[in-house]
Design a protein around this ligand. Structure first.
Ligand code: CA
Ligand code: CA
Length: 540
């Protein structure tokens, strides 16, 4: 009987199991009060640094993170100042987040605060610092075992990019076989070629904005240009790229997946272990699978993210969660045996998680996505529950709150950090073992202590799955972990007999006020408190 037991039966069984387990420490056998003090194995187990592509990423929006020179704009030296917060280099120190990968938002010279319209692919925007600053950041990260991927915008340039300026000059002079070949022009204005080239009878493609002309990605010259750009940043030491807007590679001139495959092979040919994660924001699974077939390591799992995504759905009714997670993970690995799912809740294009859910759900959601196979991507501030009300992009990218009693001066398009940290800033949450920050810290440590979670293959445990609980096993290189989420307000007693000699490896508690109740394992009987996620490991 693998499913939930009735309370009385459970109590009776627990008592008998406790009585039978003479080797348990007397502390754990005592009253329910003493059980609540059972040590969390997460703090006593050693965590090992990752040396492969499987990482817990932290997305840093540079301009909002930390300002080193008091110009109200976050910058690269500011990130270096805060690296001890992201990862101090010691996976067992317990006072840093522990993320072992960083995704840097766009940093190349650009006329906007978001810098997705790149003017110069070979430099750092002066708002953010210099190439020397960037080299220092890379070295500091690598010394700590942290990889760095940079946001690379290949779909479009900034309208002030030298090549687009030259292209428009030539178009106006009647020349279409020079720089014009780098972009997409037409004499017919339509849904694709929307924007007029002033002083000519041509129009150009700029799918997002007239200041973002789409590159012609099928032109050899464009490919040579980006090959040089990729090599420039790989030579500096970046570990990979977050590729913007890969869905839009496909257009009149270009077969998107064909370009993606060329791009990935080109970069991998230059740096064997380059990591790439693409933004293909779609609900169409077949598009995702087609993109995975190009060889790209990861594509963000938008289907599970954001309001209405599978993680949020699971936080209230989890019944189908393990089945869906297994199906998605199996499918992407069928299309690319090296696929690494890229799990996240929100990013810079979504409303702040803290604005969409209650605190308990923040913690439960963190456990749901970080205990799923693949890489995790945590948007800066998500780990402290930043909340903002506005719907515009600028409200999604407000300042990181290091100390809620001493708010940063950083402004994002004029919006500051007032009232955005109702759970407290980093300073307030670091020493509170029940804080959201410490839930994230624990989850990253659990991912390092149990390498199976990120790297293995998932099998749902159908017998556990109901509206309260979901369970799954992850197999990796002959080793197995089992993960169970209880999203309900009910404490549970479960029998764990689908793995041998289960060992409790850690848990996270989402419910406020329930910190005194711990998950406990006696033999094969698991006490799983309300709103708790546990990790168990098989001992052979
Ligand atoms: Ca600054
Ligand atoms: Ca395009």
């Amino acid at each position: 009987m693998k499913k939930l037991l009735a309370i009385l039966l459970a109590v009776a069984m627990l008592t008998s199991v406790l009585a039978a387990c003479g080797d348990k420490s007397s502390e754990q056998k005592g009253s329910s009060d003493s059980k609540s003090t059972a040590a969390d194995p997460v703090e006593s187990l050693t965590a090992e640094k990752s040396t492969d592509k499987y990482r817990s990423y932290y997305q840093v929006w540079i301009g909002a993170f930390n300002d080193s020179n008091d110009d109200k704009i976050g910058d690269i030296p500011g990130i270096i100042e805060k690296l001890d917060y992201i990862n101090d280099g010691d996976p067992n120190s317990g006072d840093d987040l522990g993320a072992d990968g960083i995704w840097l938002s766009p940093m190349m010279p650009s006329s906007t605060y978001h810098k997705y319209n790149v003017e110069d692919y070979y430099n750092i925007d002066p708002d953010f610092g210099t190439l020397d600053d960037f080299d220092k950041l890379l070295k500091e990260c690598h010394d700590r075992g942290v990889v760095v991927i940079i946001d690379l915008v290949v779909n479009h340039a900034g309208a002030d990019h030298e090549y687009f300026q030259k292209a428009c000059d030539e178009i106006r002079a009647g020349k279409t076989d020079g720089y014009a070949k780098y972009f997409n022009f037409s004499k017919t204005q339509d849904a694709v070629y929307q924007h007029p080239v002033s002083g000519s009878d041509y129009y150009y493609q700029g799918d997002f904005w007239d200041q973002m002309p789409d590159w012609n990605l099928s032109y050899d010259g464009t490919r040579k240009y980006f090959e040089d750009v990729v090599k420039f940043w790989l030579d500096r030491g970046v570990d990979g790229f977050r590729l913007d807007a890969v869905k839009y590679f496909d257009d009149d001139n270009t077969d998107g997946p064909e370009f993606m495959k060329w791009f990935y092979d080109m970069a991998k040919g230059y740096k064997e272990d380059v990591y790439m994660v693409g933004e293909d924001w779609t609900d169409v699974n077949s598009d995702i699978y087609e993109m995975y077939e190009t060889g790209i390591d990861s594509l963000f799992n938008f289907k599970f993210a954001n309001n209405g995504g599978e993680y949020m759905t699971a936080a209230s009714a989890i019944g189908e969660f393990a089945k869906k997670l297994q199906k998605y993970d199996n499918n992407i690995k069928e299309h690319n045996e090296n696929a690494i799912n890229a799990n996240f809740l929100t990013n810079h294009d979504m409303n702040r998680l803290g604005s969409m859910v209650y605190e308990d759900e923040n913690k439960q959601l963190a456990a749901l996505y970080m205990l799923s196979p693949g890489n995790s991507f945590t948007y800066y501030g998500e780990e402290i529950g930043i909340e903002t009300e506005g719907q515009d992009d600028k409200y999604k990218r407000t300042a990181m709150v290091w100390d809620s009693d001493n708010l940063p001066e950083i402004l994002t398009e004029g919006v500051g950090a007032e009232d955005t940290a109702p759970l407290g800033g980093v300073k307030q949450q670091l020493d509170d073992e029940n804080s959201l920050f410490n839930t994230y810290r624990k989850l990253i440590k659990i991912r390092m202590q149990n390498p199976e979670i990120a790297r293995g293959n998932i099998t749902e445990l159908a017998s556990f799955n109901d509206s309260d609980c979901a369970g799954y096993i992850i197999d990796y290189n002959g080793s197995r972990v089992m993960i169970i989420h209880n999203v309900s307000d009910n404490d549970k007693e479960l029998t764990i007999d689908m793995i041998d000699s289960p060992e409790l490896r850690g848990w996270t508690v989402a419910k406020e006020k329930s910190a005194g109740i711990s998950a406990e394992l006696d033999g094969t009987t698991l006490k799983l408190p309300a709103k708790t996620s546990v990790v168990l490991k098989e001992n052979k």
